[in-house]
Design a protein. Structure first.
Length: 154
């Protein structure tokens, strides 16, 4: 994927878990705007569909990218921005609950609940990786930390 920033072109490596997890910001942004404009059912449906479609693509890409690496490699690169995957997922669950409320289609709640549970699972996984990294860095010697960060790139 390519994005234009000013006069230069930036290429996103969609095989890098860091890139795909950070792109969850788009899903979260759709959810925030959707929730603010939820009084308009058409806006709710359009932004909800965009957010859901984006989420589905990013979940597949992120899962594929994370499964391609060993846990220790993921640990060494994990950071707070990876929590955006959970934020986007929970935002999607909130949008689904809003759709159920504004349209009267209560079956959306049956979908929203498991999505919310997935968001909690993603939060737990990312938090575990970040805490594991903090503990591992604290235990390693300063020289080892520099060497492992240089050799464990994606």
């Amino acid at each position: 994927m390519v994005a234009a920033v000013g006069r230069r072109t930036v290429r996103w490596d969609l095989t890098d878990p860091d890139v795909t997890l950070r792109l969850s910001t788009f899903v979260a942004a759709c959810a925030v705007v959707d929730t603010r404009l939820s009084s308009s059912v058409s806006v709710l449906r359009v932004l909800g569909a965009i957010g859901l479609s984006s989420w589905l693509v990013l979940v597949v890409l992120s899962a594929r990218n994370m499964l391609a690496h060993r846990w220790a490699v993921l640990r060494d690169h994990a950071h707070g921005a990876w929590e955006l995957a959970s934020v986007g997922t929970s935002g999607l669950a909130i949008v689904m609950a809003q759709v159920a409320h504004h349209t009267g289609h209560r079956w959306w709640l049956v979908i929203a609940l498991p999505v919310w549970v997935v968001a909690i699972g993603i939060y737990g996984l990312m938090t575990w990786l970040i805490l594991w990294r903090a503990v591992a860095e604290r235990r390693s010697a300063p020289g080892e930390r520099e060497h492992s960060s240089r050799t464990a790139g994606f």
